[in-house]
Design a protein around this ligand. Structure first.
Ligand SMILES: *Cc1c(COP(=O)(O)O)cnc(C)c1O
Length: 230
């Protein structure tokens, strides 16, 4: 099932890229494997997938320990400062930086471990009460502040769009995230690049690609629905 799902998702990505004149290689598919057993991740790995997203520190660390070392792990969930020490040095990218104190902690821990940690700024584009993320209005000044911290490198923006039936409803949010990343690029802030736009999930990744996503985070569409009771 996982292999068929991956083939379908890749085909959809290919079509979306074609529709908007982008190259398939511009889009990275992250397999969001939260709550799913290691055996399922192995199947995806054997199919050729190398980038996985998890939203809990403990789960990411446990899985990283038993799975092949060439997997790139993405931390996509809300991150507490007291857990930063466990994942610095183990992640390809932390997608969910949304406070100065969290950025400072990642910087401090990265210095200690003598690594540079790549991060994205999580933006709450739809202004949803229930969601984490910096508000769009505050994003530029937020990036300017944390860009000065040592041992971290801002690579772009991430958003979790609202859960909707029709992905067209999220198009405007994806457009706005892209606009924001262009505004930030035009500020030419030292140590900041806006090469990554992490947006789009199972319900809306093709729309996100049409609006410029470089990383789509797909869970259900690959591994099936999640059962949180287990
Ligand atoms: C769970 C999760 C996803 C994947 O969601 P699906 O709808 O299952 O594709 C993507 N991004 C984040 C931040 C998540 O927590």
């Amino acid at each position: 099932m996982i292999i068929e799902n991956l083939q379908t998702v890749q085909e959809n990505i290919r079509k979306a890229c074609k529709n908007c004149g982008r190259a398939y290689e511009e889009v990275t598919l992250l397999c969001v494997s939260k709550t799913k057993p290691v055996g399922m991740l192995k199947e995806a790995y054997e199919f050729g997938m190398r980038e996985f997203g998890e939203n809990k520190v403990q789960e990411l660390c446990d899985k990283a320990e038993v799975l092949p070392g060439d997997i790139k792990w993405h931390m996509i969930g809300h991150l507490q400062r007291n857990k930063v020490k466990y994942i610095v040095g183990k992640t390809e990218l932390i997608h969910s930086v949304d406070s100065e104190r969290l950025a400072e902690e990642i910087s401090k821990e990265s210095l200690k471990k003598n690594v540079t940690t790549n991060i994205l700024i999580e933006v709450n584009v739809a202004g949803e009460e229930s969601k984490f993320g910096v508000s769009p209005d505050e994003t530029v000044s937020f990036v300017e502040k944390i860009a000065k911290l040592p041992a971290i490198c801002v690579k772009g923006l991430m958003t979790i769009a609202p859960f909707v039936e029709n992905p067209e409803e999220n198009r405007e949010f994806f457009k706005n995230l892209r606009k924001l990343s262009i505004d930030i690029t035009n500020k030419h802030i030292d140590n900041v690049s806006m090469s990554i736009l992490s947006m789009g999930m199972t319900g809306d990744y093709t729309t996100a690609i049409e609006e410029g996503a470089t990383h789509v985070r797909v869970g259900t569409g690959i591994f099936g629905v999640r059962d949180y009771k287990e």
